[in-house]
Design a protein around this ligand. Structure first.
Ligand code: ATP
Ligand code: MG
Length: 318
C-alpha cells in the first residue's frame, strides 16, 4: 500500500536568524541584533513543505533530538502538511541548529549538525520503502551517516521499485567526495546546480561535467539560477529551459528546493521529463516571489494565482 507519493530523507535543524546587527561579530566582544527569528531550517524541509503544498502526500525521515528544537521542527513540518510520524528521535544527541547572522544580501552562517549527522540507514524503518512511490534524498554532505550509506539506500529503493531523486547540495567541507559512476545509475532524477555538478565531477566547464556524467545518469537536471535549467538524459534527450524571469525577486532562498518539489511532483505523477522540468522552472520562479523558502507556497490557491499573475502560467489543474 503506497500511502506516500514521496518520502524525503534529509537533514533537519532550526535556524536562529539575527537581523539588524550593529557590526560584524568579533571574538571577545558582544553585539546587539535588533531582530531575531527562530524558525524551521533545512533545505530538505523546504522541499517537503512545498511538495506537500502542491498536493503530494509527503513524509519526512530525519533525526531530531529530545529537545525543544526537535519539538519546533516537528510542529512546523506538521503545520506544513508533512507527515512527521517517521521522524527519529535520538535519546541523547541534540537537534541541529544554524545561527544565521544576516547582513542585507549576505549572511554568515554557523551550523551545529547534531542529530542530522548521526542518522544512518540502520535507523530507518525499512517498511517505509513499501509505503512510498518515491524517495528524495538531499544534503548528503551535511549527514555523514546518510552519505556513507547512500549506495545501500539507493540499491534498496531499486529493489523495492521505488524511484529516487538526489540533490547533493553544497559540500561545506568542499571535498566533494562523490562516486558518480557508482551512484548515478541508481538515481532516477539527479538534481544538482551547475556549480555543484562541476565540483562533484572535478570539471573545469559545464560541458566537461556533462560528458563525464552522461554515461551514468538516468535523468539529470542542472539548475542554473536565473538562467533556468538544463535537462539531459541517458537516451540523449536534452532540453534547455529558460527561466520564467521574475523582475522583482524578493530572495532566492530555497529556489533550488522549490524547483525540486515541482519537478518531483510531476515526476511521481508519471509526466515526461520536459513537463517535469517546466513545472520545476515555474516552482523555482514562484519561490523568488516571496521571502524565504516556503513563503510563496502557502496554499494551492495562492500558488495558482501567483503563477497566473506573475508568470502568465495557467495551472488551474493543480
Ligand atoms: N531569479 C529567478 N527568476 C526566475 N526563476 C528563477 C530565479 N532564480 C532561480 N530560478 C528558478 O529556480 C531554479 C533553481 O534555482 P537555483 O539554480 O538557484 O538552484 P540552487 O542553486 O540549487 O538553489 P538553492 O540555493 O535553493 O539550493 C532555477 O533552475 C530556475 O528555474
Ligand atoms: Mg541547491
Amino acid at each position: 500500500m503506497k500511502i506516500y507519493d514521496v518520502v524525503a530523507i534529509g537533514e533537519l535543524n532550526v535556524d536562529v536568524i539575527m537581523n539588524r546587527i550593529n557590526g560584524e561579530p568579533e571574538v571577545g566582544k558582544e553585539k546587539f541584533a535588533k531582530d531575531m527569528i527562530l524558525t524551521l531550517g533545512s533545505s530538505t524541509a523546504i522541499f517537503a513543505a512545498n511538495i506537500a503544498a502542491l498536493g503530494a502526500k509527503t513524509g519526512f525521515v530525519g533525526m531530531i533530538g529530545k529537545d525543544s528544537f526537535g519539538q519546533l521542527i516537528t510542529n512546523s513540518l506538521t503545520e506544513k502538511g508533512v507527515d512527521t510520524s517517521m521522524l527519529i528521535q535520538h535519546s541523547t544527541a541534540p537537534s541541529g541548529a544554524t545561527i544565521v547572522l544576516n547582513y542585507n544580501e549576505d549572511r554568515a552562517n554557523v551550523t551545529y549538525q547534531g542529530t542530522m549527522d548521526i542518522m544512518s540507514f540502520s535507523d530507518i524503518d525499512k517498511s517505509i520503502f513499501d509505503k512510498t512511490k518515491h524517495i528524495h534524498i538531499s544534503s548528503i554532505f551535511m549527514q555523514s551517516g546518510i552519505k556513507r550509506d547512500l549506495i545501500e539506500i539507493l540499491e534498496f529503493a531499486k529493489l523495492k521499485n521505488v524511484t529516487t531523486s538526489l540533490d547533493t547540495q553544497w559540500d561545506p567541507l568542499e571535498e566533494w567526495d562523490f562516486d558518480y559512476k557508482q551512484i548515478l545509475p541508481l538515481v532516477s532524477a539527479f538534481l544538482p546546480n551547475e556549480k555543484e555538478l562541476k565540483l562533484l565531477t572535478r570539471s573545469a566547464s559545464l560541458e566537461e561535467a556533462i560528458e563525464k556524467v552522461k554515461p551514468f545518469i538516468n535523468t539529470c537536471i542542472i539548475k542554473r539560477g536565473s538562467k533556468g535549467s538544463l535537462l539531459i538524459s541517458q537516451n540523449g534527450e536534452t532540453n534547455e529551459q529558460t527561466a520564467l524571469l521574475n523582475k522583482e525577486v524578493v530572495d532566492a532562498i530555497g529556489a533550488g528546493d522549490s524547483f525540486n518539489s515541482g519537478f518531483i511532483y510531476q515526476f511521481v505523477k508519471g509526466l515526461n521529463n520536459i513537463e517535469c522540468q517546466q513545472f520545476g522552472n515555474l516552482t523555482g520562479a514562484l519561490n523568488t516571489t516571496a521571502s524565504g523558502g516556503t513563503g510563496a507556497f502557502c496554499s494551492k490557491e495562492k500558488i495558482k494565482k501567483t503563477a497566473k499573475e506573475k508568470f502568465n502560467q495557467d495551472i488551474s489543474w493543480l
